[in-house]
Design a protein around this ligand. Structure first.
Ligand SMILES: [Fe+2]
Length: 491
């Protein structure tokens, strides 16, 4: 198993890059739309030093931010490390000091600090822009604020002392109607605690509401959804404990006997208002969107049948089962008028999809028509010979627009030697839902370089409108986000 991860994360296209970069006027194929004025930010992991344990989770790699700044049909690129406390400590020591993913018991004694586990964050998961500030996020620590022009790290951010959780989600939500940010921290009181803190900050970034409550068992609440009236917190399967961490294991194990849960709390509710709705074994990582329908709450999410991450082992010792690591687009219905404590689920498309899905940010919390995510289209050609020996068995070669109204799927195909990372939606003008672009980075295995794809979200079948060509491999993104020049103080 260690060899498998070594191959996937430290060799070939996913190997560490270990450099920072600035490129003005990137090479472009096609024509960059002149109405694109803003920046596409990405955050991912890139091991500065190799992991202490070869079977460690790739999710433990050092945070690396990159940006593509678009203006007047031109594109400038920047790539920077997130200068976390942890990276600075390692650079000073000139070696890896930190052990397993979210387990300080496995750290080098020189940095082992069980009282301040959030100093261990690698901040490698998601960029986020709110109230004129840009952040890099990871759910095991506080946000790091970045300069939106240079990506220089400014330090951690605690909302003027009002953020009391030790942790901050990688997936806060912004209400497009009010500009409010809704975010949580789980394991809020420290490692393996079942405390969840939920915050609302106004459009100026000032915290105006806090709720503290417990979850049914300590687990990973990776993403969240909002409706006009409610906050939804889905989780399931992953477990941890102080004992597990003392035993020197990676933070999470998978327990297939555990039910999944979706917490529902009114947007301005209190701890007594939280209700947990139960379901079968599910790996609930990311959501598309949610909305209210009378007394019902509807959630669209690409949840997995079971454990998706082979590096978080099954607690019963059973081997990882890839045939259950399948994500489908699911519609989940919760009836708040019923006394039942279960949710209902329906699979909307019988095809496997990538679970890094998005909607047009203008319809977050509202009834949306289109869901966007990547998938592997087996009907499209894959040139394995040209892609080289390090290419994956299947390419994530397509972006899809899934139409909830008609059931139609429109797709964009990236080419026979390309695999796609997560897409982001760039709204265009003040148009209706769906008017805009899909942007995302593709790995070109034939040329061993990265390309930023820009496709018209309403004309995916026509191919991309432009590609930004980088002269090197870019470290893998976890998440990306578009921020317009009206959202951040961009030069
Ligand atoms: Fe995520």
């Amino acid at each position: 198993m260690a060899d498998l991860f070594d191959q996937a994360t430290r060799r070939g296209f996913g190997a560490p890059t270990r450099f920072e970069a600035d490129i003005d006027d990137c090479e472009v194929l096609g024509k960059i739309p002149t109405d694109l004025n803003g920046a596409f930010y990405r955050v991912g992991g890139d091991w500065y030093y190799p992991p202490l344990f070869p079977d460690d989770a790739p999710l433990n790699a050092d945070g690396y931010a990159s940006s593509f700044r678009f203006k007047g049909g031109k594109v400038d690129f920047h790539g920077r490390w997130v200068r976390t406390h942890r990276l600075e400590a390692q650079k000073a020591a000139r070696r890896q000091l930190y052990g397993y993913y979210r387990n300080p018991n496995t750290d080098d004694p020189s940095v082992r600090d069980l009282l301040h586990p959030n100093l261990r964050t690698v901040s490698n998961t998601a960029p986020f822009a709110h109230a004129g500030r840009l952040f890099s996020l990871k759910e095991d620590g506080l946000p790091y604020q970045l300069d939106p022009n240079t990506l220089a790290t400014k330090g951690t951010w605690d909302f003027h002392g009002k953020w009391k959780s030790e942790t901050f989600t990688a997936h806060p939500k912004i209400d497009p109607l009010t500009g409010d940010m809704i975010a949580i921290g789980y394991e809020a009181k420290g490692l393996a605690t079942d405390d969840v803190y939920l915050y609302t900050a106004d459009k100026q970034g000032n915290v105006r509401h806090e709720v503290r409550f417990k979850q049914p068992y300590v687990s990973l609440i990776h993403d969240m959804a909002i409706t006009h009236r409610h906050v939804l917190l889905p989780f399931g399967g992953y477990v941890t404990s102080a004992q597990r961490l003392k035993e020197g294991k990676v933070h999470w194990g998978w327990d297939s006997s555990k039910p999944s849960y979706i917490g529902v709390i009114p947007r301005d509710g209190e701890a007594k208002d939280v209700r947990w709705f139960k379901g079968p074994e599910r790996c609930m990582m990311h959501v598309f969107n949610a909305h209210d329908e009378g007394d019902k709450v509807i959630l669209y999410a690409p949840f997995y049948d079971s454990n998706f991450f082979p590096f978080f082992p099954n607690v019963d010792g059973a081997p990882f089962n890839p045939s259950k690591a399948r994500a489908f687009i699911r519609k989940i219905t919760i009836d708040l008028s019923s006394s039942k404590d279960t949710y209902e689920e329906e699979i909307l498309w019988p095809m496997q999809v990538g679970d890094l899905g998005k909607v047009d940010p203008r319809v977050v919390s509202l009834q949306s028509r289109y869901l966007y995510t990547s998938f592997s289209d087996e009907k499209r050609p894959y040139d394995r010979a040209a892609s080289g020996p390090n290419a994956p068995a299947r390419m994530t070669n397509s972006y899809g627009r899934f139409d909830l109204k008609t059931g139609k799927l429109d797709s964009y195909y990236a080419g026979p030697t390309h695999t796609l990372q997560e897409l982001s939606f760039v709204p265009r003008g003040r148009g209706e839902e769906g008017e805009g672009y899909l942007v995302g980075v593709a790995s070109n295995y034939a040329e061993m370089r990265s390309e930023l794809i820009i496709a018209d979200a309403q004309r995916l079948g026509e191919g991309d409108v432009a590609r930004v060509i980088l002269p090197f491999r870019l470290s893998s993104q976890v998440h990306g986000v578009w921020a317009g020049a009206d959202e951040l103080p961009l030069r």
